[in-house]
Design a protein around this ligand. Structure first.
Ligand code: GLU
Length: 289
């Protein structure tokens, strides 16, 4: 059963500094949690070790602190739970809900054709683990985007553990959210299409499905998501109050001009008190040049 209290999390991957796009999502999640007297926790999604960049955890913590985005509870690190993910994979294997696959990338069409489902690939060979899926509809109500219906067949038998032995995001995230008692997830709309897979996994493991709120994301002039790969600039932290003001403006929260020169905590206090989710509907994916 869910705890009564609104509980959420921000889950950056430690792959570099926090750029404006991630701070945008962090701020929306923080405000939604605080406006609901909820908890806002921090988790580092650090399983994809080849992508981790040393120094980024400290840099992310510093950015959050300077912007006044204080988290609750101890910081969680996925890498401290690797045995738990593997234990559940073992259970799923025993129940024949997942199977080994040794297809190479070049064999793969976008939707996996279940080549290895009945092959019983020996455990000694390098293999990924795939979940057996079917063609059921997954339906959920996004708190901003409304009702979503997607057929699981659009994804095929997706991967829970990669061939390089790294636990896949889809699988880790639902166990992480359970461990952190997460009731509400606020994240970028680029993850909307990942949600049905996560809901299916929750159903399979008898876990509750949290509320989801997918917000528009910041894009660059090529229409691409602001991310480390699009070389989004590091947030300029010498004037954190102006960064917050700009983000509140982008979040369509209509901050009054006089807020611009107030302190970080005054701005956040105003933003919590005036947080209006329905204003997010006015946002489009925003071009930040
Ligand atoms: N680590 C993921 C990301 O940075 C978080 C995804 C999520 O919020 O579920 O995209």
């Amino acid at each position: 059963m869910f705890p009564e209290r609104y509980t959420s999390r921000f889950a950056p991957s430690p792959t570099g500094h926090l750029h404006l796009g991630s701070v945008f999502t962090a701020l929306a999640g923080f405000l939604d949690a605080r406006a609901n007297q909820g908890l806002w926790q921090l988790r580092f999604d650090d399983l994809d070790t080849p992508r981790n960049v040393s120094g980024s955890i400290n840099s992310i913590l510093k950015t959050l602190e300077i912007l006044g985005l204080h988290w609750d509870n101890a910081i969680d690190y996925q890498s401290q739970h690797i045995d738990e993910y593997h234990a559940i994979l073992l259970d799923l294997m025993t129940q024949e809900k997942i199977y080994r696959c040794n297809c190479s990338r070049k064999d793969l069409s976008p939707i996996y054709t279940q080549t290895c489902r009945h092959k019983k690939i020996p455990a000694a060979l390098p293999h990924s683990l795939r979940l057996k899926t079917d063609s059921r509809d997954i339906i959920f109500e996004d708190d901003l985007q409304g009702r979503q219906t997607q057929n699981l067949a659009e994804y095929g038998d997706f991967i829970l553990k990669r061939k390089d032995n790294i636990i896949a995001y889809q699988f880790a995230v639902i166990l992480d959210d359970m461990r952190q008692n997460v009731t509400h997830i606020v994240r970028g709309i680029d993850l909307l299409n990942e949600t049905p897979k996560q809901i299916y996994l929750q159903q399979l493991l008898n876990l509750p499905t949290p509320h989801y709120l997918h917000i528009p994301i910041l894009i660059n002039s090529d229409g691409k998501k602001l991310s480390k790969t699009t070389l989004a600039a590091e947030v300029v932290l010498s004037k954190p109050n102006q960064v917050l003001f700009q983000l509140l403006d982008l979040l369509e929260q209509k901050p009054p001009c006089e807020l611009k020169n107030m302190t970080v905590s005054e701005i956040l206090e105003w933003a919590i008190q005036n947080w209006t989710i329905s204003n997010l509907k006015m946002m489009k994916n925003i071009d930040c040049g």
